[in-house]
Structure formats: structure tokens, C-alpha cells
Design a protein around this ligand. Sequence first.
Ligand SMILES: Nc1ncnc2c1ncn2[C@@H]1O[C@H](COP(=O)(O)OP(=O)(O)OP(=O)(O)O)[C@@H](O)[C@H]1O
Ligand code: SF4
Ligand SMILES: [Mg+2]
Length: 361
Amino acid sequence: MTKGDPLLVIENLKAYYPSKKGLVKAVDDVSLTVREGECVGLLGESGSGKTSMALAMLGLFERVAKFTAGASNDPELRKAFAKGIKGEVDRPGVQGSVLFKGLQMVGMPNEELIKIRGKQISLIPQGLGHALNPQHSIGHQTAEPIEIHEEEVRLLEMKRKVLEYLGIVQLADAGLRFVMDPGSFSGGESQRILIAMALIAGPYMVIADEPTSALDVTMQRQILNVLRMIKEEFDVSLLLISHDAGVVAELADIVAIMYCGKILESGPAVEIFHNPKHPYTKGLMSSFPTIAMMQMKAGKKPRLRGIPGDPPDLADVPSGCSFHPRCQYAEDICKTMVPEKEEIDTDHFIRCHRWKDITEE
Ligand SMILES: Nc1ncnc2c1ncn2[C@@H]1O[C@H](COP(=O)(O)OP(=O)(O)OP(=O)(O)O)[C@@H](O)[C@H]1O
Ligand code: SF4
Ligand SMILES: [Mg+2]
């Protein structure tokens, strides 16, 4: 169910990496809205462009892409960014529009972006490995988003707030352990600390990129419970990024299905999980036993079958509908024409030439 006013409105967003094989179109013409108080789940196979989309939204994409280009031995590749090609042509970097509370984030100067990043929108980054600095205590790092001032009173207030937030995410013995460095904490505990860091500055929106994927099943459950508590008790929007439909099903109000840098289907979670229309979404749902069980409870007869083949190389995406080499319904038009985004029901969007012809569940 949609909840509040639009908070983040993404339109025609593109984010392309330079590579020796050509442009890697990691985000290719994506439009998506996140409303106040809503949890949007961004679901897709590995390499579909989910993290790149988060980076592009936050003004971090070019830093990552530039690093790759700069680290290359290929002088042409290094020149690709430096040239700063203008106009509506395919080029490395970010194009399109990301409006956050009405402010355009694409092309925003870094001094302005840092007032938003970490404070108004925070990111729980993918992969626990590099997310916490091994040199600093977790208390120090949790306080970073609200900045540490030297004044004693402010420091006391800061400590109180750090302990409050470490308590909210239920970090065991936070009062004794906040002076320890990250090496003393398990994966699940590190994820709790990252969630506390993401919340402490009171953001409007949190982006959680694969918050459970580095954890074992028990820890995954605990972190999902923390995220659910945040969704229910904090006045915050959540963009939950995952390759696991079961994780997205737990929390999302709206689901967007990403494939080869495009959103192929999006809509209310109930529709996407119980009544998917796009062949890719149908295939994706049929690869997850937890979703099959959910559909069974709703009186459907799901079959576990998955999707044949592998996703393509994003430097060489198939023509037309990028899913056509794996789609059992593909026809000639699918090989030549990119399907336009179509609203097939209220807030339910799809990119498929043949969705009306496909009746099989
Ligand atoms: N720095 C980079 N330079 C060039 N290509 C990159 C870079 N980072 C990612 N890519 C490519 O961009 C595409 C999208 O990657 P991205 O990490 O956004 O996918 P993802 O959906 O987050 O995958 P995962 O589920 O594995 O995290 C992939 O083809 C990847 O190889
Ligand atoms: S556009 Fe064609 S190839 Fe793509 S999903 Fe639809 S039927 Fe399959
Ligand atoms: Mg990722």
C-alpha cells in the first residue's frame, strides 16, 4: 500500500561504467518512486545493477567508476571521464533525474551532497568486510554521522545518543563494548552497528544494500526483525536491496524487479508476489521455495522451476528486450524493440511486449 507523499523520485536514471569492452550499462533508464514511510524492495539477480543504482542516487557512482577507469592501464579509458562529453549521448557516468524532497541530486555539488548523505538519506552498504573502519571504536564510528565536537557536554550528549541507538538495534552489552574496535564483533553485530549508524542522524530514508546476505540464517532472521522494528517504529522510508525474494517479501510494500540495469516490473508487493505478470518476475518467484510456500498459502499452485540460462554481460546486453534469450515467450519483436514501460494497473508497471498473451501461472 502506498503511504505518504513522494520522497525520492527517480526518472530515466542511467549509470554507465567505462570498460575495455565498452560501456557497462549498470543502470539503464530506471524510474522509481519511494514515498514517505514506505519500504520499496529492489530485487534482482547478482549483477543486475542494484548497488550501482544506489551509488548513482547518492552521487557516489562516479567516484567508484572513476576509480576503475583511473586504475586501468588503458589511456583511452582514463580519458573517458576526463573528457566530460556533453549532451544526450551514451557516455560513462550518471544521467537522468533523482529528486529528493524536490532537490535534484544528479549533478549536485559534493558540498551539498554531503549535507544529504548520511544525514537525510543513509546507506547501509553491501558487504560487511569494508563497511567499518578497523582502526576506530564502534562508538566513535556510530557517532560519525552526527559529528563529534570537542566540547565536553556535547561529547556526553553524543555518547548518550550512541548508546541509545546501539540499544535500539539491540547490540548486546553496548554500554561496555562501545569502546571496542570492529574486530571484536560478529557479522550480525556489525550489521546492527551499521544500522545504528544509518539511523542516528534521524534520516528521512535508509538504503539497505543486501543487509542480510553476508549472514547465516539465524542472524538473517534477527537482522530482518531489527529492520521490521525500524520500519514500524521510525518515521523513515526504506529502500531494501536484495537478490533474495524471501527477504524482500518480509518487509516491502512496493517491489521493483531489476534485470540488466532495467526495472522490468514494479508494483505493490502483494501483486508482484502473488500475481506477477512479467515472465522474468514469474521465473524469479518460482526459484524461491519461501515464495512458493507463500503462494501456496494464498491458494495457488506454484511450481519450483527457476529461469534457464544466466544473465548476460552488461557490456554486451542483448538487443530489444534484454531478457529475450532466456524467455520462453520471446517473439521477433522482443529481439528488436526495447519494451516501453506500461502501467497495467494502479501503480503496477511492466516492460514486456507480450504480457497480455501470457496467461500461464
Ligand atoms: N567499478 C566497476 N567498474 C565496471 N563495472 C562495474 C563496476 N562495479 C560493478 N560493475 C558492473 O556493473 C554491473 C552491475 O553491478 P552491481 O554491483 O550494481 O550489481 P548488483 O545487482 O548490486 O549485484 P550483487 O547482487 O552481486 O550485489 C555488473 O555487471 C558489474 O560487473
Ligand atoms: S518482451 Fe518478449 S522476451 Fe521480453 S519478457 Fe516479454 S515476452 Fe519475454
Ligand atoms: Mg550489489
